[in-house]
Write a protein that binds this ligand. Structure first.
Ligand SMILES: Cc1cc2nc3c(=O)[nH]c(=O)nc-3n(C[C@H](O)[C@H](O)[C@H](O)COP(=O)(O)OP(=O)(O)OC[C@H]3O[C@@H](n4cnc5c(N)ncnc54)[C@H](O)[C@@H]3O)c2cc1C
Length: 374
């Protein structure tokens, strides 16, 4: 039973309802509200706070690594792969300009890709390195990658080769989302927490959105930004869940690691975080098992991550694991480009950001907001 005040203030009549309060949902609401300051915009989030990949990720502000980009070019062709790099780079610049480096904890440390001595990718990357740099010149206007094998000892790593770019670095994903929430609130968007959307009915007058607990809202338009959870609402959508597992060590005495690090086409990634190592990946070890939204970690992948720590990242140094968690990404079945489209006259979907939502989220959201405004 809702009162007239509950109905008029919170339930009836938003012009736009966004489902999901990750980077994409919040930026969609912000872009739309700025364009239509007098419209009512709500974000419906099922968790008590943003609860998806945007607050479970590794916090890399990056656009790919040499082995990943060369693999993408081989798989999809240069035009498609480079267009995606450009989206990521523009997205990072827009994100930093919009929220500010301090407010997202961005550190311009630069980032590396590691290759161990027997890594079969290394000779291929050596062969393609100059061609890749030339191709990227059109986007960045300068050389992006250099070899920095000599940095290995200084970083405390046990690896043979390092490719470096000064154009990426770590950020604080929690700070980023909190800052974004402040912007969204200041713009007039109303975020409703603990509001799991179960389904909706679309009609000529608008969309009735059914939430758990029998609560229903009426909105003119809906943007669904639930990323890896999309199939719970749209079972046929071309976005599959892809779980990513992470571990965080306790502070390690004398840790020399600094920056963001990729290995094996981005399947492993690690960085320093307040004297600790944050390490994630290993999904390629059990792709079928990791095609899940289950909030869990597995011994297979956590042991692989610990091995990488022991043998490559902090060899010979004692460490303990302080925390483990997992997050759910959304992947398209073909390629890595996101799904941003109207699925019916009043419902837009923006999902499937793969492992790059920090970079592309703001631009995906801009497209979703524009579609919702049509
Ligand atoms: C372990 C890991 C590491 C990553 N590392 C990086 C990285 O370093 N750099 C990078 O660029 N990207 C990284 N990513 C990817 C990036 O985090 C995502 O692409 C991005 O956060 C997706 O944002 P989103 O807003 O689309 O989705 P999400 O942040 O997942 O937001 C979806 C929201 O929808 C809510 N929701 C779901 N279902 C419902 C429902 N029925 N009703 C209401 N609300 C609902 C969820 O609770 C969630 O808050 C990583 C991801 C993971 C999992």
């Amino acid at each position: 039973m809702s009162s007239i005040w509950e109905r008029t203030a919170f339930l009836d009549g938003p012009h736009l309802a966004v489902v999901g309060s990750g980077i994409v949902g919040l930026f969609t609401a912000l872009h739309y509200q700025r364009r239509f300051p007098h419209h009512r915009v709500v974000v419906l989030e099922r968790g008590p706070h943003p609860s998806g990949a945007s607050v479970k990720n590794a916090g890399f502000a990056c656009f790919g690594s040499p082995s990943e980009l060369l693999a993408d070019i081989a798989a999809e062709g240069e035009a498609v792969a480079l267009a995606r790099v450009e989206e990521r780079w523009r997205g990072l610049l827009e994100l930093r300009a919009e929220l500010g480096d301090t407010a997202i904890g961005f550190e311009p440390t630069g980032g590396y890709e590691l290759f161990h001595a027997l890594d079969a990718r290394y000779p291929q990357v050596v062969t393609g390195f100059d061609r890749l740099n030339q191709a990227l010149h059109g986007i960045f206007g300068r050389t992006v990658y250099t070899w920095r094998d000599a940095d290995t000892a200084g970083l405390g790593l046990r690896t043979a080769h390092l490719a470096f770019t000064d154009l990426e670095g770590p950020l604080d994903s929690g700070l980023l989302v909190r800052t974004l929430l402040q912007r969204v609130a200041a713009a007039g968007v109303h975020v409703q927490w603990d509001r799991p959307v179960e389904r909706w009915e679309e009609g000529p007058e608008g969309v009735v959105i059914r939430c758990a607990g029998g609560i229903a809202l009426r909105a003119a338009r809906v943007v669904v930004a639930t990323n890896g959870y999309l199939r719970e609402l749209l079972p046929q959508a071309d976005v599959l869940p892809a779980r990513g597992q992470v571990l965080l060590t306790a502070p390690i005495d004398g840790l020399r690691l600094r920056g963001t690090f990729h290995a094996e086409e981005g399947y492993y990634y690690f960085r320093d975080y307040h004297g600790r190592v944050l390490l994630g990946g290993g999904r390629q070890l059990d792709k079928a098992g990791e095609t899940t939204t289950a909030d869990a970690t597995t011994p297979l992948i956590q042991e692989a991550l610990e091995r990488l720590l022991r043998e490559v990242i902090v060899p010979g140094q004692a460490f303990t694991i302080e925390q483990r968690w997992s997050g759910v990404m959304g992947f398209r079945t073909q390629g890595k480009s996101p799904l941003v489209e109207a699925v019916s006259p009043r419902v837009v979907v923006a999902a499937g950001l793969s492992g790059m939502g920090v970079a592309i989220g703001i631009r995906v959201a801009r497209k979703a907001a524009a579609l919702a405004a049509e």
